[in-house]
Design a protein around this ligand. Structure first.
Ligand code: NAD
Ligand code: UGA
Length: 463
């Protein structure tokens, strides 16, 4: 079967960029991305592609090229489902906040809604692709919903997890390490797998397109995120030991990373990992293991989260301790609020938790982030429900330039590794601050020696 019409349900951080790249690389395929969120679709359709709702280097150019040609953003979910041969489900799968599995399991209500809507609308056979990250064996539930609607349509369910990282989404999508497609081993399942392989083969070489059974594919996604996050918690655990022993975690990371079996990537000690997925996916893995009675497996992976929470708290404690055990009424400047550089996404950003701790100590936080608005910062803090909206409002000041954000402050914390931070006039910043001027580099991106020679009391992670 040659695919000519694709629909993607969910115009978020995955659906938007993924479909934009498919549309760019496959001009013969009509790609429609739908979402219930009208504002989000309106923003994707903004005539100026610099205003699209997701900031990713290179994305606005791709949208500018493909949008209106073979890439469309719409709120007409049913129409798009009806017309497409292949439907990607790319909706959010957050941690459950209620009921059984609260705080651990993935909330699959949006996935189920999609399945029901597809079942209701479809009049012809369709391939349904799980693009969202899902618990292993979710395809079974989707299939059961699709097959029990009684209109005789045949569905093939494929698992095609997404491995892009935010901030590098476009390059990750253009040059993926691999594309993973899981499907049934029946002739119909294999035909569906081949149809999707052919879509990706428009720009990805076939030796990078891996096909497996559905369950391996679903579980590989959770496993990949668990392994990546585990490396960060491992190096962060070592960072604390380094601080006690005079070892330097950057040197340790370099030394172990040169072992080709370990490799150099994902060994950067930090204030803790953030982002919408690592924590959610590991909690989900822990929940799945527990539900099979595999308590040792569950405890093993849960430790990655425990270590990450500890690292965030350790960072805010260090600020308080270093500032003579009180930050009450002191101005502390945050450089960076996003969970990593080159994204406007703040979900689960370490900055939120560090700010929350410091506001509990009655500090005043002034923030500069090149891509995050004050409203977003406040929304993130309000979501924690630690205090009233008004109190958060009074505790957070946002600036649109770093020099104003740092003026008159007692300490600066680097929470995001934005490249521009390394290019600032640090002497000028130092001169404008209270003395002694402290700098807590939660990302180890600045040059300690240079800053100390200016006069800063510099504290990196793990040294
Ligand atoms: P997101 O919240 O940015 O986007 C999801 C979108 O789906 C939202 O705009 C929401 O309005 C829409 N939606 C929800 N239910 C809908 C429905 N019934 N009909 C139409 N639209 C609906 O989420 P995201 O970051 O794009 O993540 C989506 C999935 O991809 C998650 O499972 C996540 O774990 C996974 N994932 C995310 C990333 C990432 O970098 N963000 C990377 C790989 C995988
Ligand atoms: C991560 C994975 O890298 C993607 O492969 C996956 O598709 C995605 O999750 C997902 O499933 O959502 P993402 O969270 O966007 O991508 O970004 P990462 O680059 O993995 O960074 C996650 C967090 O870890 C960030 O806060 C980052 O600053 C931190 N990090 C990363 C470190 O502290 N140290 C490192 O060495 C690397």
């Amino acid at each position: 079967m040659e695919v000519t019409k694709i629909c993607c349900i969910g115009a978020g951080y995955v659906g938007g960029p993924t479909m934009a790249v498919i549309a760019q690389k496959c001009p013969h395929i009509q790609v429609t991305v739908v979402d219930l969120n009208e504002q989000r679709i309106k923003d994707w359709n903004d005539p100026d592609t610099n205003n699209i709702p997701i900031y990713e280097p290179g994305l606005s150019e791709i949208v500018a090229e493909a949008r209106g040609r073979n890439l469309f953003f719409s709120t007409e979910v049913e129409k798009a489902i009806d017309e497409a041969q292949v439907i990607f489900i790319s909706v959010n799968t957050p941690t459950k906040t209620y009921g059984k599995g609260k705080g651990m399991a993935a909330d699959l209500k949006y996935i189920e809604l999609c399945a029901r809507q597809i079942a209701k609308v479809a009049k012809e056979n369709k391939i349904v692709v799980e693009k969202s990250t899902l618990p292993v064996r979710t395809a079974e539930a989707i299939k059961s919903i699709l097959d029990n609607t009684g209109n005789g349509v045949q569905f093939q369910i494929l698992s095609n997890p997404e491995f892009l990282a935010e901030g590098t989404a476009v390059t990750d999508l253009l040059n993926p390490d691999r594309i993973l497609i899981g499907g049934d081993t029946t002739p119909e399942g294999e035909a569906a797998i081949n149809a999707l392989v052919d879509v990706y083969a428009n720009w990805v070489s076939k030796d990078k397109i891996l096909t497996t059974n559905v369950w391996s594919s679903e579980l590989s996604k959770l496993t990949a995120n668990a392994f990546l996050a585990q490396r960060i918690s491992s190096i962060n655990a070592m960072s604390e030991l380094c601080e006690k022993t005079g070892a330097d975690v950057n040197e340790v990371a370099k030394a172990i990373g040169m072992d080709t079996r370990i490799g150099p990537k994902f060994l950067k000690a930090s204030v803790g990992f953030g982002g919408s997925c690592f924590q959610k996916d590991i909690l989900n893995l822990v929940y799945i293991a527990k539900s099979y009675g595999l308590n040792e497996v569950a405890d093993y992976w849960e430790q990655v989260i425990i270590m990450n929470d500890h690292q965030k708290r350790r960072f805010s404690n260090k600020i308080v301790q270093t500032l003579y055990n009180t930050v009450a009424d002191k101005k502390i400047t945050f450089l960076g609020w996003a969970f990593k550089k080159d994204t406007n996404d703040t979900r689960e950003s370490a900055a939120i938790y560090v700010a929350d701790d410091l506001i509990n100590e009655q500090a005043k936080i002034s923030v500069y982030d090149p891509k995050v608005s004050r409203n977003k910062m406040l929304a993130d803090l309000n979501y924690l429900e630690s205090r009233s909206v008004e109190e958060n409002n009074n505790a957070i000041l946002a600036f649109d330039n770093p020099y104003d954000a740092c003026k008159g402050s007692h300490a600066i914390s680097i929470l995001t590794e934005w490249d521009e931070f390394t290019a600032y006039d640090w002497q000028k910043i130092y001169d404008s601050m209270h003395k002694p001027a402290f700098l807590f580099d939660g990302r180890n991106i600045l040059n300690a020696k240079e800053l100390e020679s200016i006069g800063f009391v510099y504290k990196g992670i793990g040294s």
